[in-house]
Design a protein around this ligand. Structure first.
Ligand SMILES: Cc1cc2nc3c(=O)[nH]c(=O)nc-3n(C[C@H](O)[C@H](O)[C@H](O)COP(=O)(O)OP(=O)(O)OC[C@H]3O[C@@H](n4cnc5c(N)ncnc54)[C@H](O)[C@@H]3O)c2cc1C
Length: 489
């Protein structure tokens, strides 16, 4: 059997290679690091996490990315296996020791007999003898390949900005001002309820911090960058500050769900949270504090935060440009380039956003390519699953603007807005009482996630067994029936 070629050994490419090899199809994974690197990667390891070490919420019942975690686990994901095995405490989130995680992925793929790892940069597309290729080169695709993709797709690369948050040495944080606590004392996977370091600001301190941010010296843009928009989920703090004096207090500096044990009777006006970044617990990242301030300005302004007056920074924040395709126009339902079907795309370059989403799209691309190679028809996940909803957003769910303005497709984290509505939303508790407000919203989320996992199990063949077991009254009937809305199989 001819191998499938996967270009890019990041989150998506590593997961794709794993899925292919586990379907008994040989795969060559091409990764240019460490010979050539990007502006954000630091190592030669596969699946390197370039910024935060968090896979975000692991709540599979009420959170769309938590649901995506669970679906990936059920689909045999390598990224989730390595993430679960290397988690560090992070409240309700799944955060990982980034080095151990990358090492686990690298070792697993290196030792797989059907995986060959080629450490070289790919600069052209398509290569003559390669009849099945997955391009998973991510937001920092090297320049020659980006030019080749532009030529193959007939597009200008669309770009936006992501920014990186700073990382602080734990022993430089003054714990007589700061304290450990997770918001609302949530424990989550492997957490204690006290996983974040919190730095409180009173009103004058917050106002002074804001004034410093507003007057700060920022990295200037190149001319070609000035019209590039930000991804809304990753706004630099100074841009948030520009949007209004209260914006940060309702965003990364919100003081809710936290009590300062040093002054229990005084409610902080704002709080900066830091999350453990490595297993040793020696590094903490400033949550939501991505920034494009000049480095000297970051040190000066962040040391105004109580508890961080003597902070030593292991890494300062930074700014990068992202590249992604207009996928709804260019890709078919199984992520193939319509104009060149031997090329498939996966990961962030398709217009999903986030580590987990990139890996999930890699997982699907790997399954689709392997099925094709084996002479089978690729099987699309039901739209009601997180995988199906995300795939549909990328390949066709997005409504293009109707005027002739700039294209409107934007990268998106997985969220419940991408899921088809429930046939019937839950309105009462099991005891008959009417659901209201937050309880109603939570019940709706539970119904969406129960439907997703049921439909996913059916998709993978598991529901035949589940329904047989239900018929034999071995397991309780799920509260929600499967939806009729799903992709054709
Ligand atoms: C600076 C930055 C910060 C980010 N922060 C976060 C965050 O905190 N949380 C989050 O969830 N997401 C974040 N993202 C977004 C996104 O989740 C990550 O970029 C994620 O790694 C994307 O996965 P991927 O597999 O598509 O790309 P990557 O993980 O970047 O993998 C692409 C791989 O392709 C290789 N490559 C590139 N060009 C070539 C070539 N020509 N030949 C061979 N190999 C090549 C690269 O070396 C890299 O290993 C960030 C992105 C960037 C750029």
């Amino acid at each position: 059997m001819q191998p499938i070629h996967v270009i890019g050994g990041g989150l998506a490419g590593s997961e794709a290679a794993w899925q292919i090899a586990n379907r008994d199809v040989p795969v060559v994974l091409h990764e240019m690091r460490p010979n050539r690197t990007t502006a954000a990667h630091k190592t030669g390891g596969l699946a390197e996490l370039v910024c935060s070490n968090s896979f975000r919420s692991d709540d599979r019942e009420h959170n769309a990315v938590g649901l995506l975690h669970e679906e990936m686990r059920r689909l045999g994901s390598l990224v989730m296996r390595a993430g679960d095995a290397n988690q560090v405490p992070a409240g309700g989130a799944l955060a990982v020791d980034r080095e151990a995680f990358s090492q686990a992925v690298t070792e697993t793929l290196t030792s797989h007999p059907l995986v060959e790892i080629d450490r070289g940069e790919i600069t052209a597309l398509p290569l003559a003898s390669w009849d099945s290729v997955i391009v998973a080169t991510g937001p920092l695709t090297s320049a020659p390949l980006a030019a080749a993709i532009r030529a193959a797709t007939g597009e200008d690369a669309l770009a936006f900005f992501d920014a990186i948050a700073p990382i602080v040495h734990r022993d430089s944080i003054d714990m007589s001002a700061a304290w450990f606590q997770s918001r609302y004392d949530r424990t989550g996977p492997g957490g204690t309820g006290a996983d974040y370091i919190n730095c409180p600001l009173d009103r004058p301190q917050y106002e002074a911090f804001l004034d410093a941010l507003l007057a700060s010296d920022r990295v200037s843009f190149h001319e070609w960058e000035t019209s590039t928009p930000y991804f809304d989920g990753c706004l630099p703090i100074e841009v948030m500050a520009d949007r209004g004096r209260e914006t940060l207090r309702f965003g990364p500096m919100k003081p809710v769900g936290l009590t300062d044990p040093h002054r229990p009777g005084v409610k902080p006006h704002a709080v900066v949270q830091l999350r453990q970044d490595n297993r040793l617990g020696t590094l903490f990242n400033m949550v939501g504090f991505q920034t494009k301030l000049k480095h000297a300005e970051q040190v000066r302004i962040f040391r105004m935060i109580p508890g961080l007056e003597r902070a030593e920074f292991a890494r300062l924040g930074g700014l990068h440009r992202n590249t992604f395709l207009n996928s709804p126009q260019l890709l078919d339902g199984t992520l193939r380039l319509k104009a060149m079907p031997q090329l498939r795309f996966a990961g962030q370059i398709t217009g999903c956003e986030g580590y987990v989403e990139s890996a999930a799209i890699g997982l699907l691309a790997g399954r689709f390519a392997a099925a094709e190679r084996r002479g089978e028809t690729p099987d699309l996940p039901p739209l009601t699953t997180a995988h199906g909803a995300l795939l549909a957003h990328i390949t066709g769910g997005h409504m293009e603007t109707i005027d002739a303005g700039p294209r409107s497709f934007q990268p998106m984290n997985v969220n419940f807005g991408l899921f088809p509505p429930l046939d019937k939303s839950p309105s009462r508790r099991t005891d008959g009482e009417r659901l209201r407000g937050a309880a109603k919203a939570m019940a709706k989320r539970r119904a969406l996630t129960a439907r997703a996992l049921h439909d996913l199990d059916c998709w993978t063949g598991g529901c035949v067994m589940m329904e047989a077991a239900q018929a034999a009254a071995l397991v309780p009937t799920p509260e929600i029936a499967p939806s009729a809305e799903s992709h054709p199989r």
